[in-house]
Design a protein. Structure first.
Length: 185
């Protein structure tokens, strides 16, 4: 197992070509996909697009990517966390997708905090951003608990908008100096 990061309760590792079933199961839950696409991701798309892109990113952006997350105590697959490049130099995007069994257990905050710390301490990042639908209050709460601060509401055009899209998307962020100042307390 190619471990990327460990926390008290989680192990994040690189995905492999053998992880198709885990991703299909995760993306098959309508509640998991509610604020993303609103529908399951077809197996063919995971096999031919999603997973190959995840695997390719490890080579094109060393140190960044989407990482499978497992519960340390049981080894159970919980979903993924991502630390992804953006169009802005020195800025990365943090995100996650967890199965329902992992919800409301603090895993999203634990993993996000660990990725933010890694971004600033090991990867030389200057700013970490995250976004979600404005109506996704649970993810917004994770962002705040992870130290990110509200930046703005913005609107994007979608050909097939999800319920709540009319309220926009929200961006949260934290920069290195703010994060470092918070660590000194």
């Amino acid at each position: 197992m190619d471990v990327y990061l460990e926390t008290e309760r989680l192990v994040l590792r690189r995905f492999t070509a053998g992880d198709v079933e885990s991703l299909v199961e995760l993306d098959s839950d309508p509640e998991v996909m509610r604020f993303l696409t609103g529908q399951p991701t077809p197996r063919e798309e995971i096999e031919q697009k999603v997973l190959p892109e995840i695997l390719a990113r490890y080579e094109t952006h060393p140190g960044l990517g989407t990482f499978a997350v497992h519960e340390k105590a049981t080894g159970r697959f919980l979903g993924w966390f991502g630390l992804l490049p953006t169009a802005t130099a020195g800025t990365v995007d943090v995100g996650y997708r967890l199965n329902r069994e992992a919800w409301s257990r603090g895993y999203a905050t634990e993993g996000t905090r660990a990725l933010v710390a890694k971004a600033f301490t090991e990867l030389g990042t200057e700013r970490v951003v995250a976004d979600t639908m404005a109506v996704n209050t649970k993810s917004r709460r994770v962002m705040v608990k992870s130290g990110l601060r509200f930046v703005r509401v913005f609107h994007e055009h979608f050909d097939d908008p999800l319920p709540g899209t009319e309220h926009g998307e929200v961006e949260y962020a934290i920069d290195r100096s703010t994060w470092e100042a918070g660590r000194l307390r």
